[in-house]
Design a protein around this ligand. Structure first.
Ligand code: AMP
Length: 443
């Protein structure tokens, strides 16, 4: 299928061509006709599937050509200065990326757009809004600030997009979202994108969407197939030294390292820097400028490591990393999938290496259940764990504690990944997949 078959305008096709895209991705093929026809939509699609263009392109089309796919009741004169489209996103990074897409794809449409998010001054946002915009991309907190100050007018919104709806829940934005939705006109088109259909996402879909079209696409890469998963067992207080050892021994570059907390990310980034590994930390307390710079330096290869929290890394447009390191396992197993989605993309192989201490065995077990497979484990000489923690035996009967006889030390010299070669851990196969749960997060 070609983009031209989707009924997009010449201005949009030109912009798409300039991006070098030849064929629409599955989510684009499925979603664009529904959105052009004015229908509500519920889409299960992750970052990396082309979901942003899947809603941005038809939205631009409808805004620039009010006749396209609309019923006569929605026909209006194009003289608005208040936004006609509102895209709600969970993070500043995603807001900036969605805005970038809107501007790229809308380059020849003359439509005006703005992203509002916290961490930067509010006044420039107010000034731009006053000049008139068509598409507003916003994080919930900053949008509520604007609503409180009456510096935004949402009375003309015809289309609402909830992007990464599952993350909105994870980050506790649901009440903010409901407050924002109350301020929108009742008659509007609603589009919801989510990486999971967890119960709370379904519930929101139920209350917000009207007779939605459903679109569901597979992940662009199935993580278990393209990514090598490895666990190194190590005590918590030895993790930093072990990580430094790995950087020094293998000359690693472009490694995305995940920590659970902002404080932990800062401390680890400092330690790596002190040891001569060019590193930046990426988390919610960083200014927007610092984050943008860190990301650019990481992408260009100037930084060897980027230490990030789950939330800060969410939605980042970084593809095809050779390696992702979990300095700590996430509390919520789905986050493991999000984390490793950064590596092994576009057919390239990648490595997901987790440093796992004794008190993280439950998280490891939950991740293995979600992946429906066991992860290879090893220990490194000089970093053998001293502390053992017992863990309750799961219902499926798989022993959670490692089998010491099989967790042999390997040096990993000369293997493909540069990480220690894994040894099988004890166990008799993963148990049933875990159901989604939103555990307590510490960030
Ligand atoms: P997203 O899932 O929206 O984060 O998009 C992931 C990446 O895919 C982005 O870098 C887009 O520029 C790129 N992309 C989107 N649509 C296409 C397409 N039809 N062909 C090739 N790349 C695309």
């Amino acid at each position: 299928m070609q983009f031209s078959e989707l009924g997009l305008s010449a201005e949009l096709l030109r912009a798409i061509g300039e991006q070098g895209y030849t064929t629409p991705t599955p989510v684009q093929q499925q979603a664009i006709p529904h959105i052009l026809a004015g229908r509500d939509l519920e889409a299960l699609a992750q970052t990396g599937t082309g979901k942003t263009a899947a809603f941005v392109l038809p939205i631009l089309q409808r805004l620039s050509n009010p006749l396209s796919g609309q019923t006569s009741s929605t026909l209006q004169k194009v003289t608005h200065t208040a936004p006609r489209v509102l895209v709600l996103v969970p993070t500043r990074e995603l807001a900036a990326q969605v805005l970038e897409s809107v501007r790229l794809y809308g380059a020849h449409t003359g439509l005006r757009s703005l992203a509002v998010f916290g961490g930067v001054g509010i006044n420039p946002q107010i000034q731009t809004m006053r000049r008139g915009i068509d598409i507003l991309v916003a994080t919930p907190g900053r949008l509520l600030d604007h609503l409180g100050q009456r510096t935004v007018d949402l009375s003309k919104v015809q289309t609402l997009v909830l992007d990464e709806a599952d993350r909105m829940f994870d980050m506790g934005f649901i009440r903010d979202i409901r407050r924002i939705i109350e301020r929108l006109p009742k008659e509007r088109q609603n589009l919801m994108f989510s990486a999971t259909f967890a119960a709370e996402v379904r519930e929101l879909a139920h209350t917000v969407l009207r007779n939605p079209a459903m679109v569901e696409v597979a992940r662009r890469n199935a993580p278990a197939e393209l990514v090598t998963h490895t666990v190194i067992k190590v005590d918590q207080d030895k993790k930093r030294d072990l990580l430094l050892h790995l950087f020094a021994a293998h000359g690693w570059h472009q490694v995305l390292v995940f920590c659970r907390t902002k404080h932990g990310s800062d401390a680890l980034a400092r330690k790596l820097e002190q040891a001569g590994v060019r590193t930046a930390a990426l988390h919610g307390n960083k200014s927007q400028n610092a984050r943008t710079r860190a990301l650019a330096d990481f992408k260009s290869g100037k930084l060897a490591a980027l230490v990030a929290t789950d939330i800060a890394a969410r939605g980042l447009d970084i593809d095809s990393l050779p390696r992702v390191v979990n300095f700590e396992l996430p509390n919520v197993p789905e986050d493991y999938i999000h984390r490793i989605g950064r590596t092994g993309r576009a057919g390239a192989s990648g490595e997901a290496l987790s440093l796992v201490s004794g008190d993280e065995r439950i998280q490891l077990r939950d991740i293995e259940r979600l992946l429906k497979r066991e992860i290879e484990t090893s220990v490194l000489p000089g970093f053998e764990p001293q502390h053992t923690h017992s863990v309750p035996r799961p219902a499926g009967g798989r022993p959670s504690a490692p089998n010491p006889a099989q967790a042999r030390a390997r040096t990993g010299a000369g293997n493909r990944s540069g990480a220690p070669r894994p040894a099988r851990s004890g166990g008799s196969g993963a148990a049933k997949p875990a159901s989604h749960h939103s555990g307590q997060r510490h960030r």
